[in-house]
Ligand binder design. Structure first.
Ligand code: ASP
Ligand code: MG
Length: 473
C-alpha cells in the first residue's frame, strides 16, 4: 500500500471547476492503486475575507461584517449546489447554513464587545477550511470516491498559541492513528481541512497563515506516508521567474535546504519550514500543478543529488533599501553593532544582509515607512544615509560549496551591472548581492544565460525547452 498525503491549496479548490479537477486527480491516484489522504485549504481568498469580517465586526461595523459573511455563505452554497446534486445535497446546504448562522452569531457578538482576541480570530477563520473540506468530501463522494470528511480539529492537537499554534506531536500521532488509520484501512479517502487545529481543551487554533502545507506535512509524518504532494497552480520550482526570463526551466529535484533558501528570498511556491516534519522523517515532498496534473513537478528531498550545474535557481527580492551607517564619531567600538541592531529591533524591522568595514556598516531591509524613524534613531550614533529601489539577487545551489572561481564567473556574467553589496558564506549554498532594482531583470537574464546554457537533464526539465525550440507543426 502506498500512502500519499495530497494537499490542495486555495486555488485548487477555488470554484466548482477547480474542485472537479481536484476530484479527478484524487480519483486517478486511487485508480493507480495509491491510498490518498486529502488535506485542503479554504477556497481562495476566503481566509482573507473572514479576517476582514472579523476586523469590521471588532470595529463596530456589524453590517459590513455580516455582508462579508453573507457573500461567503452564497459562494459556498453555490459551489456545493453545483457539485452535489444527488442524495445528501439538501443536507449539505443545510449544514452550510448552520455553519454560517453560527459564524454570524460570533460576528454579532464581536461587534458588541469590540475586542478581537487571537482566540476569536482563529475561531472565525476556521470556518474557511471547515466548510471547504466538507463540500469537497461530498463532491468526491458524488464522483465515486469513497471519501470521509474528518474535522481536522479532532486530529491536529496544538498548544494554545492562537494564530501560530504549535502541534503536539505525540497527541497528533495518536489521533491520526485512532481516527485516520481505520478509515484508510477501510479503503476510504479521508478529507480534512488544513491550517486549523485545536488545543487539548478542544478550542479552535490555527497554525499560522499558509498553514495548510504544514498540516499536509504533519499528517504525512504522523502516518509515515510514502509521499506528500503539495498541489498548487504552478509547475513547481523554476530556475527563475519565467515572466522575467522565458528560458526558465522547471527544477525536477531540489534539496530541502535549497528550497528553504529560495523561499527566504521570495520564491513563493511553498514555505519549506512548513514541510520540515516530512523532511525529518525522510518523506519526499512533491510540488505539483492541479491545472497541469500530467507534469511531474518538483521533488523536494533531504539530500540533494549531485548536479552538473553549480546553481539550481536564481531568486530576486525587490523593493529593498540600503542603509549606510558611518561611524565618523565613534569608529568601531565594542558594543557598537549591538546598539545599531537594537534600533532595528525596536522598530521591529528585520535586516536581510549586513556588511561592515572599519568605519561603516551597510544593512539592507525591506523598504518600509519606518525607515525615516529608524534613520533618525541611528543618526544619534552616526551619520546615516538610506536609499530605496534596490534588489537582492540570490543564487542557490548545493554545488557552490568548494567550487573555485565561482564568484569570478558570477560577477563576470554581470560585469555591465553595478553591484552595491555582496554576501557569501552565511549559508554555503547561497551567493547573493545587491543591485539597483532597475537592473534586476537584466541581471537575472544574464546570469540565467551564463549558468543554464547546458542544464543537467537529471535535475532540470530540458525537454520543455527542446519542445519550445521546435518549430510548430
Ligand atoms: N487558508 C489559510 C490561509 O490562507 C491556510 C492555507 O491556505 O494554507 O492562510
Ligand atoms: Mg497556500
Amino acid at each position: 500500500m502506498s500512502l500519499v498525503v495530497m494537499k490542495f491549496g486555495g486555488t485548487s479548490v477555488e470554484d466548482p471547476a477547480a474542485i472537479g479537477r481536484t476530484a479527478a486527480i484524487v480519483a486517478g491516484r486511487v485508480a493507480s492503486g495509491k491510498t490518498p489522504v486529502v488535506v485542503v485549504s479554504a477556497m481562495s481568498k476566503v481566509t482573507d475575507q473572514l479576517l476582514r469580517a472579523a476586523a469590521a465586526a471588532s470595529q463596530g461595523d456589524r453590517t459590513g461584517a455580516l455582508a462579508i459573511s453573507s457573500r461567503l455563505r452564497c459562494r459556498h452554497r453555490d459551489t456545493a449546489a453545483a457539485l452535489v446534486k444527488g442524495p445528501g445535497a439538501a443536507a449539505l446546504i443545510a449544514w452550510i447554513d448552520e455553519k454560517f448562522d453560527s459564524l454570524d452569531e460570533v460576528l454579532r457578538g464581536l461587534a458588541a464587545i469590540l475586542e478581537l482576541t487571537p482566540r476569536i480570530s482563529d475561531l472565525i477563520v476556521s470556518y474557511g477550511e471547515r466548510t471547504s473540506s466538507r463540500i469537497i468530501a461530498a463532491a468526491f463522494s458524488e464522483r465515486g470516491i469513497d471519501s470521509a470528511h474528518v474535522d481536522a480539529r479532532d486530529i491536529v492537537i496544538t498548544d494554545s498559541t492562537y494564530q501560530k499554534a504549535v502541534p503536539q506531536d505525540a497527541l497528533l500521532d495518536k489521533r491520526a492513528a485512532e481516527k485516520l488509520r481505520p478509515l484508510v484501512a477501510e479503503g476510504k479517502v479521508p478529507v480534512m481541512g488544513g491550517f486549523i487545529g485545536s488545543n487539548e481543551a478542544g478550542i479552535t487554533t490555527t497554525l499560522g497563515r499558509g498553514g495548510s502545507d504544514f498540516t499536509g506535512a504533519l499528517i504525512g509524518g504522523a502516518l509515515q506516508a510514502d509521499a506528500i504532494e503539495i498541489w498548487t497552480d504552478v509547475d513547481g520550482i523554476m530556475t527563475t521567474d519565467p515572466r522575467v526570463c522565458p528560458e526558465a526551466l522547471r527544477v525536477k529535484v531540489i534539496s530541502f535546504e535549497e528550497a528553504a533558501e529560495l523561499a527566504y528570498f521570495g520564491a513563493k511556491v511553498l514555505h519549506p519550514a512548513t514541510i520540515l516534519p516530512a523532511v525529518k522523517k525522510n518523506i519526499p515532498v512533491l510540488v505539483l500543478n492541479s491545472r497541469n496534473p500530467g507534469n511531474e513537478g518538483t521533488r523536494i528531498i533531504s539530500l540533494a543529488p549531485h548536479c552538473k550545474s553549480p546553481f539550481k535557481s536564481i531568486a530576486v527580492k525587490k523593493k529593498l533599501s540600503i542603509i549606510d551607517v558611518v561611524a565618523s564619531r565613534m569608529l568601531m567600538t565594542h558594543g557598537y553593532l549591538s546598539e545599531i541592531f537594537a534600533i532595528f529591533d525596536k522598530h521591529q524591522c528585520p535586516v536581510d544582509m549586513v556588511s561592515t568595514s572599519e568605519v561603516s556598516v551597510s544593512l539592507t531591509v525591506d523598504s518600509n515607512d519606518k525607515l525615516p524613524a529608524i534613520a533618525a534613531d541611528l543618526s544619534l550614533h552616526a551619520d546615516v544615509k538610506y536609499e530605496g529601489k534596490k534588489a537582492l539577487i540570490c543564487l542557490v545551489g548545493e554545488d557552490i560549496r568548494g567550487q573555485n572561481g565561482m564568484a569570478a564567473q558570477v560577477f563576470g556574467a554581470i560585469r555591465h551591472i553595478n553591484v552595491r553589496m555582496i554576501s557569501q558564506g552565511a549559508s554555503e549554498i547561497n551567493m547573493s548581492f545587491m543591485i539597483e532594482e532597475e537592473d534586476a531583470d537584466e541581471a537575472v537574464r544574464a546570469l540565467h544565460a551564463a549558468f543554464f546554457q547546458n542544464p543537467d537533464p537529471a535535475i532540470f526539465d530540458v525537454e520543455a525547452r527542446k519542445l519550445a525550440a521546435e518549430p510548430a507543426k
